[in-house]
Design a protein around this ligand. Structure first.
Ligand code: PMV
Length: 327
């Protein structure tokens, strides 16, 4: 036994400038930078302990993990074991307050929590940049969930990925906003982000997408510095719609949206036409996330709840970074 188990908790994040394409699929190195907001209230907790068992035991939300899901966690544990030079088998138990595999960034929260709990349990004390690089290997967007508030994940230039890490731009308490999430389907998505990105890379629109991201990042940074919601919101909407346009033009095509997804977008645009600054973003799934002022969150939630096909509404404030909750 190396030490006692460690439990860490990490929030999901929503990308405002999307990560959509890899320059190295093995190391999870992105083709571009990306920028996100970490969200309070949607989290994954991971408990990790290393010992002398026959094999790794992985339990996800009360069920023994199987197949690809288990393999992904075991491969991630192998990275931690290699860094810590330990060969103990692990016992991993995760608990999530976010539906898995439905485009709500549960893997970002899960791998950020696993990186923190696993590295501590293996005796490592990694600084946040090194934790971010480790979390990235599990799921690219997990690199950002190590930090709270607004976060930028730099593309990095080095082939080994050592400079492809996230860094905080603005603390969660520094700009109070809300993200209203309209859940239109809780079914796991048919095409994972990894497969979606692989398909998108063959789209004729992919080079244009990659070429546009640096300008989007600069615009997002400036909007955040100025605490300018309309400027940030228009940019986030553009980034999301451009990302999905890449997939639409791929062969075979990639479309994560349901009818209710599109209807939610129109409702938000109608609210905006009536003077409410609210802006949509959509990840690799059918859910719609709406960025707005705290005072408008109730109105946005009511409008989205009235859309046929919307199953649930969750409203989130900016959240903090990954933290150890028990050791
Ligand atoms: O981290 P992954 O491999 O689950 O990819 C995340 C992709 C998007 O959520 C669609 C965009 C992003 O930047 O989070």
């Amino acid at each position: 036994m190396i030490g006692s188990p460690v439990t860490a908790r990490s929030n999901v994040n929503v990308a405002l400038v999307k990560y959509w394409g890899k320059r190295d699929p093995e190391l999870n190195l992105p083709a571009t930078g990306s920028l996100s907001l970490t969200l309070d209230g949607l989290w994954v907790e991971a408990e990790v302990g290393f010992g002398d068992r026959d094999a790794d035991q992985v339990t996800i939300d009360g069920e023994p993990a199987q197949g690809v899901e288990r393999d992904r966690v075991v491969r991630f544990l192998d990275l931690i074991r290699a860094q810590a030079r330990c060969d103990g088998s692990a016992r991993v138990v995760t608990r999530s307050r976010v539906p898995r595999g439905a485009g709500l960034a549960s893997s970002a929260a899960a791998f950020a929590a696993l990186a923190l709990a696993g590295s501590r349990a293996a005796g490592l004390r990694l600084e946040p940049p090194a934790l971010s690089a480790l979390a990235r290997r599990g799921s690219g967007s997990a690199a950002r969930s190590i930090f709270g508030g607004f976060v930028e994940w730099r593309r990095g230039e080095r082939p080994d990925g050592s400079d492809s890490i996230a860094e905080p731009l603005l603390e969660p308490g520094a700009w109070d906003l809300r993200v209203v999430v309209a859940i239109t389907s809780l079914a796991p998505k048919a095409i994972s982000s990894r497969d979606g990105m692989a398909r998108a890379a063959d789209s004729p629109f992919y080079p244009a997408w990659v070429a546009g991201v640096d300008a989007d990042l600069a615009e997002a940074r400036a909007a955040i510095r100025a605490r300018d919601l309309p400027r940030l919101g228009h940019l986030a909407e553009h980034s999301a719609l451009a990302m999905h346009a890449v997939g639409l033009a791929a062969r075979p095509p990639l479309l994560y949206w349901r009818g209710a997804t599109v209807e939610c977008v129109h409702r938000v645009w109608a609210l905006r036409a009536d003077g409410t600054p609210a802006f949509v973003t959509i990840d690799a799934g059918p859910q719609v996330k709406v960025l707005c002022e705290p005072a408008d969150a109730g109105r946005v939630a009511d409008a989205l709840a009235a859309v046929p096909g919307v199953e649930r509404i969750v409203t989130c404030a900016p959240g903090g970074g990954a933290e150890v909750v028990a050791a």
